[in-house]
Design a protein around this ligand. Structure first.
Ligand code: ADP
Length: 400
């Protein structure tokens, strides 16, 4: 007859085994980390668990996934090297503190953000071969007990599986993005090589030579746009983009964007309208990133418009909230219903009537990620040959 203690233990190991299959079933990093922290909490029966990862470039150690109520507040917070987690990364060994008040390696700042009061803490290194890629932490065992060797054993087994799963998910996404990028670069490159080669090899009449050089120039510019977008995208995708959320007067930004894009609009005979109920409106966000969002949406509204068409950029404070809706509307060619669900995907472009797609197909994907980083969502409405409306919300400074 098994004692209830060993029964519980057996059950934990069974869960651990079935978990190893679940962990290899997803390559979505955030989903995977969520699975791991929840499993760690259940297995060790603790109040909360978290995963900290090492930033490969800066060496910073930051929270990436946390269980518990206020968990969002702690995400992306960097912990100092002299914390317990920092120690675990450096030494590559498990460490337990059963009374944090007696250990100055405990980083109390995390408690302030999570609302937890940490009593006991265990940190297990996440190792791939001999490299430590992060730390799995658990705090406060249930019923006021202390952490035991069994907890160490369970967490070590889990962390070995978790580290491999995390590394796989990261590698998969990297190679995925890189191969997609290379594929996209190939088209303009092929055309640059072909046109410049014929210029070099053959006698080309001057008129035609000029056309060739123009094509080469356009394709080279396209390449430059793409490389910039790739950089931006890979920064966003790795989660290392830092946002500076500050209050600022949005009208200045709008004036800026409109002045920048007016020549393009005029060239196509389009009219730009700005509708802002209150020019003093201040919003909270990352100024440069919001500028990027607006430039992208307005230049699409210009690019995909019809001759003599119109573009509106509107701000509208929403009643009973501190939110302001930002809308970019055009009278352009619209987006067919079948394409609409895909336009925020990377590299997705809608071919025009001649079956030709210009642009990088990355703009809207970047816009979506930037808007989501501001706690909002991109909405789109479109009707073919009538026009398209994109909107999202921003937080306004309350009481102003
Ligand atoms: P691109 O660099 O091709 O403009 P985006 O990601 O900005 O890439 O847009 C993706 C696709 O969505 C575009 O190729 C275009 O077909 C469609 N699209 C975006 N904005 C509009 C718009 N305002 N009107 C019509 N189609 C649009």
């Amino acid at each position: 007859m098994l004692s209830s203690n060993s029964e519980a233990r057996l059950e934990s190991y069974q869960r651990l085994l079935s978990l190893s299959q679940v962990l290899t079933s997803t390559l979505d990093l955030l989903e995977l980390l969520d699975l791991i922290v929840n499993a760690a909490r259940d297995l060790t029966r603790t109040e909360a668990t978290s995963i900290l990862l090492v930033d490969a470039k800066t060496g910073d150690l930051y929270f990436e996934a946390v269980t518990g109520s206020k968990s969002d507040e702690i995400k992306r917070v960097i912990v100092p090297p002299n914390s317990l987690a920092g120690w675990v990364v450096r030494e590559g060994q498990v460490e337990i503190i059963n009374d944090v008040s007696k250990d100055d390696r405990f980083y109390a700042q995390s408690d302030v953000r999570t609302g937890f009061q940490t009593r006991a803490l265990i940190g297990v290194p996440l190792k791939v071969k001999e490299r430590v890629i992060g730390v799995l932490e658990a705090i406060n065992p249930a019923d006021g007990r202390s952490f035991t060797d069994e907890d160490v054993e369970l967490l070590t087994t889990l962390s070995a599986q978790a580290a491999i799963a995390i590394e796989n998910a990261r590698l998969f996404h990297q190679s995925d993005l890189i191969s997609e990028m290379v594929h996209e670069l190939r088209t303009p490159l092929t055309s640059i090589v072909a046109y410049s080669e014929s210029l070099l090899r053959q006698e080309v009449p001057p008129e035609m030579a000029r056309e060739f050089v123009e094509t080469i120039f356009q394709e080279a510019q396209h390449l430059a746009d793409m490389t910039n977008a790739f950089l931006e995208l890979s920064r966003l995708q790795s989660g290392r983009t830092r946002f500076q959320m500050v209050p600022f007067a949005i009208i200045e930004l709008i004036d800026d964007v409109i002045n920048l894009l007016r020549p393009q609009a005029e060239e196509r005979g389009l009219t730009l309208h700005v509708v802002v109920p209150d020019r003093r409106l201040r919003i909270i966000g990352d100024r440069e990133r919001i500028r990027q969002v607006l430039v992208n949406l307005v230049s699409n509204a210009i690019k995909y418009n019809k001759p003599d068409g119109e573009v509106w950029l509107e701000l509208e404070p929403l009643p009973d909230t501190a939110l302001t809706r930002v809308t970019v509307r055009d009278t352009g060619r619209g987006i067919p219903e079948k394409d609409l669900p895909h336009i925020f995907e990377k590299f997705y472009r809608v071919a025009d009537n001649e079956g030709y797609a210009q642009g990088t197909g990355l703009g809207l994907n970047i816009v979506k990620q930037l808007v989501e980083a501001h706690g909002s969502r991109m909405l789109v409405n479109s009707q073919v040959d009538v026009g398209t409306t994109f909107s999202f919300t921003l937080k306004a400074v309350p009481g102003e």
